[in-house]
Design a protein around this ligand. Structure first.
Ligand code: HSE
Length: 309
């Protein structure tokens, strides 16, 4: 095989209470990458489509490029590669855009090289993309994008990734308001200290959410989608956060919070019609203050990246 086209899904990180440790993949949107083997060693990004010229094409400054480079270095190959990246989701949106590109890149190169590494073993290379994008190698976007499903990062050192079963009838609504939040900035505003009281509340919700997904118990899922540590700080970055959240809950959401570091917000519900209705309600709440937004409705993506050409 000399060339390949791969899709990698967007992701919702944190899932309310699980800062840096929970994330799930969705069916849409997602990024695509086309890789061609070339006889000249090195990784070259020939084109990036859909980024309005904002992403760097130098491989070592691009999340997909650096993931491919660090993978090739690890397997000791000087294979030359040319890449064309199709950004199919907004940048700085809280949808795991940098992660999807890195996952698409590293999954594609592993396939092109004849799959010497298992899928889970690709994670550290995709995490290099995150380190480049926002200065922190968090895995709660790359792990679900790579593995599919709902993922728990039980430990970063050593990496310990767990995939949790989710009910078939669980739908995500993601609403992306047309503002941008830089993940690095959204991490810098967080406090370094957490009170014992809030730690106890958060631990209860983390445990409750996982139990709710596995039982499954939709009410428990909803009750557990509460974040007393990160959301109260970051909510100020999203205009009308409380109104939009309330609109989601009034429309039947089990729970609603910030997707990753925002500004996208997500809600979970138990049927596609409700998920659509929630999206329209959240969109209206943003529009009431003059902010346009895009709505994505999807089940949980269990597949992760896939070869599409
Ligand atoms: N867990 C990360 C954060 C996800 O909230 O900063 C960023 O998409």
């Amino acid at each position: 095989m000399d060339s390949i086209k791969v899709f990698a899904p967007a992701t919702v990180a944190n899932v309310a209470c699980g800062f840096d440790i929970f994330g799930f993949a969705v069916d849409n949107p997602g990024d695509e990458i086309i890789l061609h083997k070339s006889t000249e060693p090195g990784v070259r990004i020939k084109a990036i489509v859909g980024d309005e010229g904002r992403l760097p094409k130098q491989a070592e400054r691009n999340t997909a490029g650096i993931a491919i480079q660090s993978y090739l270095k690890h397997i000791g190959s000087d294979q030359g590669v040319e890449a064309i990246l199709h950004k199919k989701m907004p940048l700085g949106s809280g949808l795991g855009s940098s992660a999807a590109s890195a996952v698409a890149g590293v999954f594609a190169i592993n396939e092109l090289m004849g799959r010497p590494l298992k899928q889970v073993e690709l994670l550290p290379f995709a995490m290099e993309g995150e380190r480049l994008a926002c200065g922190s190698a968090h895995a709660d976007n790359v792990a679900p994008s790579l593995m599919g499903g709902f993922v728990v990062i039980r430990s970063y050192n050593p990496l310990d990734i767990i995939t949790v079963n989710t009910p078939d009838q669980l739908y995500a609504t993601i609403v992306h308001p047309e503002i941008e939040v830089n993940t690095k900035d959204a991490r810098q505003i967080l406090k370094n200290e957490v009170s014992m009281k809030n730690t106890i509340i958060q631990m209860g919700n983390v445990a409750g959410l996982i139990a709710g997904l596995m039982k499954p118990d939709y009410d428990l899922i909803g009750r557990s989608m509460v974040d007393v540590i990160i959301e109260p700080v970051r909510a100020i970055l999203i205009p009308e956060f409380n109104e939009v959240k309330q609109a989601a809950l009034d429309a039947g959401a089990l729970g609603c919070s910030i997707s990753g570091s925002g500004p996208s917000m997500f809600a979970l519900s138990r049927d596609p019609e409700t998920a659509e209705r929630i999206g329209q309600s959240m969109r209206s709440a943003f529009r009431a203050v003059g902010i346009d937004s895009e709505v994505y409705v999807s089940g949980i993506n269990h597949e992760g990246p896939r070869v599409i050409g």
